[in-house]
Unconditional design. Structure first.
Lengths: 90, 97
């Protein structure tokens, strides 16, 4: 029973490697943005998992909230920038 | 850790694994975003709900719930913005007859 949370953490980290492959190999820049979004979601989940293992969820949840907001703003800024550039190049 | 928390986390993990498989195997950016956005939001929500149940009914429960709602709202918005940028950039969905 106690080995369940470390198992979940290892699995989520392995999934982050899959998304990292997509970020490195992705044919277009939008694939890379989507892969980064997936990695950020996994990182949010991972922070709460680590907080549960260390029994300091009160602290780690705040960190993951900040990370989620930063991810939202950053991804929207990148998407907006690429959209403007695509509209100008046509 | 109760059985309900373990069940919720296992369901969420299944969705996350399926989303990663789709991200790895699907052909173009639109189908990949389809795999990522749907499964990722529901998988993360299930894992976070399991952790909230594990935490019990305290202040941390509500904090994890805030993160859960944030992830659930954030993922489709980012996918939609990225795909609209891709469409206006000139990419089109791959059409196989």
């Amino acid at each position: 029973m106690n080995a369940f949370l470390p198992f979940v953490i290892v699995t989520v980290t392995a999934l982050m490697l899959v998304y990292l492959y997509r970020v490195v190999r992705g044919p277009s820049v939008f694939d890379r943005v989507l892969g980064l979004n997936g990695i950020s979601t996994k990182a949010i989940v991972l922070l709460v998992l680590i907080g549960t293992i260390f029994e300091r969820v009160d602290m780690f949840v705040d960190i993951s909230t900040g990370y989620a907001l930063l991810n939202l703003v950053g991804a929207l800024a990148i998407a907006k920038f690429l959209e403007e550039r695509g509209a100008r190049e046509k | 850790m109760t059985w309900m928390a373990i069940a919720l986390i296992s369901i969420g993990l299944y969705f996350l694994v399926v989303g990663a498989l789709g991200m790895l195997r699907l052909p173009d950016v639109f189908s990949r975003a389809h795999a990522l956005s749907l499964t990722d939001s529901i998988g993360a929500v299930f894992v976070l709900a399991g952790l909230a149940v594990h935490e019990g009914f305290t202040l941390n429960f509500l904090k994890i719930l805030v993160v859960l709602v944030l992830v659930y709202l954030m993922n489709p918005v980012i996918s939609h913005a990225t795909l609209r940028a891709a469409y206006r950039y000139g990419l089109r969905p791959e059409n196989r007859d």
